[in-house]
Design a protein around this ligand. Structure first.
Ligand code: 5GP
Length: 196
């Protein structure tokens, strides 16, 4: 059986990555999220074990201590980390895994899984990014400013990614994302199929 594909997606907050991925998940079967652990408070509508595993700082420290994370980082004052066991287990079982992660974590995952496919999603402009963050209505003014500042730094990492999508229009961005996965599934770099 072919191994699954690991798709690492990074995008500044407000770039629309969650909506793009939600649509892509509806169109492709065999896409599975790796759910991260975080010390960030849950936003309205976010569920434990679906969007994140929500942890206290103490609980997160224990995950690190017990070597239960593949990587972790601090982002806008909160800790985020990728559970160690889920990804290799799913890939071995032929399942494709999508990991939504910031740039530092993505670089660490690329070192651990050189075969992974990395995708960066850009908003059409900084003004639009700020507008989308405000519209979300879940962040304080201070957090919005912090996230726009981080987004500017993050965008300098685009060149380290295999693919870049500009989210000007949702339908096109979803098509682009699915096209990347379809092409990667056919790429010889993930193995040569054996025919009878
Ligand atoms: P948010 O608070 O908006 O859900 O996430 C903030 C940032 O943390 C996003 O860029 C998100 O992709 C990233 N992130 C989420 N989970 C992880 C993780 O497990 N590791 C790393 N390094 N970043 C993560």
């Amino acid at each position: 059986m072919n191994k699954g594909l690991l798709i690492v997606v990074s995008a500044p907050a407000g770039s629309g990555k969650d909506t793009i991925l939600e649509c892509a998940f509806k169109s492709c079967n065999n896409l599975n999220y790796s759910v991260s652990a975080t010390t960030r408070a849950a936003r309205p509508g976010e569920e434990e074990g679906v969007h994140y595993f929500f942890k206290t700082r103490e609980e997160f420290a224990r995950l690190i201590e017990n070597n239960q994370l593949l990587e972790y980082t601090e982002y806008a004052g909160n800790l985020y980390g990728t559970p160690r066991e889920y990804i290799p287990k799913m890939l071995e079982a032929g399942k494709n895994v999508v990991l939504k992660i910031e740039v530092e974590g993505a670089a660490n995952i690329k070192k651990l899984f050189p075969d992974c496919v990395s995708v960066f999603i850009l908003p059409p402009s900084f003004a639009e990014l700020e507008r989308r963050l405000r519209k979300r209505g879940t962040e304080t003014e201070e957090t919005i400013k912090k996230r726009v500042g981080i987004a500017k730094i993050e965008m300098s990492f685009v060149k380290n990614y295999d693919y870049v999508i500009i989210n000007e229009n949702l339908d096109d961005a979803v098509k682009d994302f699915i096209a990347i996965i379809e092409a990667e599934k056919l790429s010889t770099k993930h193995g040569i199929p054996v025919i009878g």
